[in-house]
Design a protein around this ligand. Structure first.
Ligand code: SF4
Ligand code: SF4
Ligand code: SF4
Length: 165
């Protein structure tokens, strides 16, 4: 393989990998069989996205669903799993969404001497601790619902892949 082809192939596989890592799936798939999204979702018209009351399920070009936390978060209401006709999403596979939610201390107002509690209120799980009214940290109660993400005025709440931690 020529050098240029090699680089272009590496770049393309890297960008594919990056895209894959950023896809946040609904919380009802069998982790050991994520390939079902690719084999089964093509037979469906994206039903899960039509029942999500939070409107956070987006059907991608490859016809598989991903979560988008930019306007809301997951309430773990089960509806996407209940309607899934192809057993990709199943109630018995329910678990927390498979990402880690973190606060970027460089962008967070409260970590930079400006009082802000915007992320605390929408969290139903008491998962954000403030140290003497400043310096919020996400604790082990976090269920990765993403509800806090849109409330941050500086976009300081980040999603990371658990595998990278
Ligand atoms: S569990 Fe409910 S809120 Fe969460 S993605 Fe599924 S339908 Fe949407
Ligand atoms: S309802 Fe099930 S099969 Fe249909 S797009 Fe959603 S996950 Fe895929
Ligand atoms: S801290 Fe965790 S549990 Fe609380 S709103 Fe944010 S993502 Fe949800």
């Amino acid at each position: 393989m020529k050098r240029r082809e090699l680089f272009s192939s590496l770049a393309s596989s890297f960008s594919k990998k990056e895209k894959q890592e950023k896809v946040v799936r609904p919380p009802y798939f069998l982790q050991s069989d994520e390939s079902l999204f690719f084999t089964n979702c093509i037979e469906c018209e994206g039903l899960c996205s039509t029942v999500c009351e939070e409107n956070i399920i987006v059907i991608q070009e490859d016809l598989t669903p991903k979560l988008d936390f930019s306007n809301s978060g997951c309430t773990y209401c089960d509806k996407c799993a209940e309607i899934c006709p192809t057993n990709v999403l199943k109630i018995e596979n329910k678990r927390n969404i498979d990402v880690k939610i973190e606060i970027d201390i460089l962008s967070c107002l409260s970590w930079n001497q400006t009082m802000c509690f915007s992320c605390k209120d929408p969290c139903f799980y008491e998962a954000i601790d403030f140290l003497a009214m400043f310096r919020p940290n996400i604790n082990d109660n976090c269920v990765s619902c993403g509800l806090c993400i849109k409330t941050c005025p500086t976009n300081a709440i980040k999603i990371s892949n658990k595998m990278e931690i």
